[in-house]
Design a binder for this molecule. Structure first.
Ligand code: IPE
Ligand code: IPE
Ligand code: MG
Length: 254
């Protein structure tokens, strides 16, 4: 083990009681972290500088969620479509993810964060997967916020994967087609126990979903800000949550 890897906080941290959320707060917040490249370009820098700065926003947002007692924070980090980007940008993002997974271990442990993933992490470079496995294992017993990274994630792919899984259950005669319910589909998703996001935030102003959590966001409250992801701070999260508290969630009823 290298020096760097042994820096994580002591095990006792994992015994900390989770922070309490205020009633009416979102229990699951999901974020489409967007605008890294545009933010860097406004400063005359290379796009990748925006990704680097975005890592700071990830840390601050995670810590804020941990302190507010939010149960789950799901961050869209790399989509199945992001492979279409220039090779050097994809390579930079993979390197950044690897570095993040090592450098953030002390922050993750100090904040009692349990790291999880959705998507196809097995499609990431081997070195990334190695650091991911280690950080997942290290934080597995933590009971604070669940930080779920969407890595090589696409919502349509998730639905395709779920459909295949269910088709196999039918073929093995474990269930009948007419017994398939919404619950059957939910259980076949990447994180079967994940509750639907209450609040979905998108930064950098785009009014689209970009293939994120299509099944799960049916009744999520949407909040879009013009702020680019590298400049997203606790105050922006608090503004989103304050807005969420004022919403009336009707779920089709009256
Ligand atoms: C979000 O920022 C990061 C990822 C999608 C990985 P972008 O890289 O999409 O930045 P913009 O949207 O081009 O400004
Ligand atoms: C969404 O951002 C994907 C992530 C945040 C990882 P994109 O920048 O890839 O989305 P589009 O291309 O603007 O729809
Ligand atoms: Mg973008």
């Amino acid at each position: 083990m290298t020096k760097r890897k042994t820096e994580a906080a002591p095990q006792a941290e994992t015994q900390k009681r989770p922070a309490e959320a205020r009633p009416g707060d979102p229990r699951h917040v999901a974020i489409i972290m967007d605008g890294n490249g545009r933010w860097a370009r406004t400063k005359g820098w290379m796009r990748v500088k925006g990704h680097e700065e975005g890592a700071r926003a990830v840390r601050e947002t995670t810590e804020a969620c941990a302190q507010m007692g939010i149960e789950q924070l799901t961050l869209y980090a790399f989509s199945t479509e992001n492979w279409r980007r220039p090779k050097h940008e994809v390579a930079f993002l993979m390197g950044l993810l690897e570095r993040y997974l090592i450098d953030e271990r002390p922050t993750i442990m100090r904040n009692n964060v349990r790291l999880t993933t959705i998507g196809h992490p097995e499609g990431l470079p081997e070195s990334c997967q190695r650091e991911l496995r280690e950080t997942l294992a290290m934080s597995a017993e933590n009971r604070g916020v669940n930080l779920c990274l969407a890595l090589n994630y696409g919502a349509r792919q998730e639905i395709v994967d779920a459909t295949r899984r269910i088709a196999q259950q039918v073929r093995r005669a474990e269930i009948e087609p007419e017994d398939i319910t919404e619950e059957t589909i939910r259980k076949a998703l990447y994180q079967p126990t994940m509750r639907d996001p209450d609040l979905l935030i998108r930064t950098a102003g785009e009014m689209r979903i970009s293939n994120f959590l299509l099944w799960q966001i049916s009744y999520s409250e949407l909040w879009v800000t013009a702020v680019h992801w590298p400049e997203f701070r606790r105050e922006h999260l608090e503004a989103a949550i304050a807005d969420y508290r004022k919403r009336e969630r009707r779920y089709g009823g009256l």
